[in-house]
Design a protein around this ligand. Sequence first.
Ligand code: GAR
Length: 195
Amino acid sequence: MRRVAILISGGGSNMVALVKSMTGDHPARAVLVLSNDPGAAGLAKARDLGVATAAVDHRPFGADRAGFEAALLVPLLAAAPDILCLAGFMRMLTPDFVDRFRGRMLNIHPSLLPKYPGLHTHARALAAGDAEAGCTVHEVTAELDAGPILGQARVPVLPGDSEATLAARVLAQEHRLYPAVLRRVAAGDRRPVFL
Ligand code: GAR
């Protein structure tokens, strides 16, 4: 059984979808949900699902990213994860941290990468007049939102879409895509999933 730690910063809806998927014959189980924000709403949701949680507030560390990551590693290494899933985790990670989990860390991003790495993806898709939007699960490498693509799901951009309506349509697909990719990766299969 593969052990999965999930890193969140906010509501954790992707985390909930991942945790709920890891039952029965699934080759992995969630062992820890970890947040950089002790007030993240997702922490209570994880506890309700019976998953251990921990939080390391990034704020006292200021610009000391290495210090923050050293603190993050304490609960993380204690949980001995085989796979790390970033699920709405909004802190940048240093190359040292990424290297430690090379090939074992996944991220979900709300755009069809390589389009729109970084923030405000939906606003950028709307401003560009794109006919399509979507989400991507990729392996995390030192370069932001640029690692090998493990899956993508597409949605149409509809007339009258706002950032909020488009984000909601994409998020519904995130909840299908991320569990599908995690199941495949946990089984040792890195072929991308396209929904
Ligand atoms: C999701 O849309 C995820 O793709 C995005 O944050 C949201 C988190 O929602 N991630 C990023 O923008 C990463 N740069 P959730 O907390 O409900 O899963």
